[in-house]
Design a binder for this molecule. Structure first.
Ligand SMILES: *[C@@H]1O[C@H](CO)[C@@H](O)[C@H](O)[C@H]1NC(C)=O
Ligand SMILES: *[C@@H]1O[C@H](CO)[C@@H](O)[C@H](O)[C@H]1NC(C)=O
Ligand SMILES: *[C@@H]1O[C@H](CO)[C@@H](O)[C@H](O)[C@H]1NC(C)=O
Ligand SMILES: *[C@@H]1O[C@H](CO)[C@@H](O)[C@H](O)[C@H]1NC(C)=O
Length: 263
């Protein structure tokens, strides 16, 4: 009994102190955009042969919901209120495929394969309307008294669906330092989305007219098809950030969208 206890502890320490999972759960693809009434498949493979494999999903801001699971290789068990349009195939102990036939708008969500760990997830959008490409615009820093750093804001607006990622480049080189995007896009009444990202740079970097700052929106208009849409601005000559400009309409609209933008 004592040995068992010690083994458990070691196991616990090894698993949790290094956060290393012994089970790899690989699922693909990571993003699916599909028209209504079509069918989709999401694949998942585990590195071990655990008997139970599960599919969960998350919709909007709600918690995880069990969709369907496979005990051993027998027939699937369904989560609450999951229609029979959902099914799984498990031809092999290590592999499970989630199939959704005749997809409906209500199937849109983030699907996760789970064994003892979760896979990276698959973002599924069943299209409710036509694809719409983002408008991308960099808003230059609002001048303020603390002069050490300035914040550039990139706004991507009016896009659908919300499979998008915003990144920043300085002089064509990707920068992740001090760049931060909203956790999720915000949907407007017209059903299109907006999202913003902020880049904080030192005044010296901003006040160098040779520097070019680019915001890159990587937007998926269909599964596995990414389109890149960019906007760029040049650094301003010395001290331009000290001059207070009147707020313009764009500044108002970004305050409206993201009240916490200046953190
Ligand atoms: C899952 O995401 C992590 C972190 O982003 C990444 O390192 C890893 O390669 C991903 N795994 C797969 C199978 O895509
Ligand atoms: C699910 O798939 C299995 C195997 O392909 C099949 O036998 C079963 O009838 C399907 N279930 C439903 C509800 O379609
Ligand atoms: C979607 O696009 C089609 C063809 O371009 C057009 O006929 C239709 O009105 C559009 N639907 C919406 C909701 O904008
Ligand atoms: C997505 O973009 C590609 C390349 O621009 C284009 O060929 C395709 O028709 C677009 N798909 C949709 C659904 O708009």
């Amino acid at each position: 009994m004592k040995h068992f206890f010690i083994l458990c502890c070691i196991n616990f320490v090894v698993h949790y102190s290094f956060c290393q999972s012994t089970v790899q759960v690989n699922q693909s693809p990571s993003s699916i955009i599909v028209a209504q009434m079509k069918s989709v498949e999401i694949n998942c493979q585990q590195s071990t042969s655990n008997a139970y494999m599960y599919w969960y999903r998350q919709k909007g801001t709600r918690g995880l919901q069990l969709v369907i699971f496979s005990p051993f290789m027998s027939s699937p068990e369904y989560g609450d209120n999951i229609p029979k349009r959902f099914n799984i195939t498990r031809t092999d102990m290590t592999k499970i495929t989630l199939k959704i036939e005749n997809v409906q708008m209500s199937d849109t969500g983030f699907y996760l394969c789970a064994v003892t760990y979760f896979g990276n997830g698959t973002k599924l959008t069943v299209l409710e309307q036509n694809v719409s490409l983002p408008h991308v615009k960099i808003l230059e820093p609002v001048p303020y008294k603390s002069n050490e750093f300035v914040t550039l804001v990139c706004l991507a607006t009016d896009f659908y669906p919300d499979h998008i990622e915003l990144t920043w480049e300085i002089n064509k080189k990707k920068t992740t330092d001090n760049a931060k995007s909203d956790y999720r896009a915000v949907q407007s009444k017209s059903k299109t989305y907006s999202i913003s990202s902020r880049l904080r740079v030192s005044r010296n970097v901003w006040c160098n007219a040779d520097n070019v700052f680019t915001c890159v929106a990587k937007f998926y208009n269909e599964t596995d098809k990414a389109i890149y849409i960019t906007d760029h601005v040049s650094g301003k000559g010395k001290d331009s950030t000290l001059i207070r400009r009147p707020f313009n309409v764009e500044v108002h609209s970004y305050f409206y969208l993201q009240p916490l933008i200046l953190e």
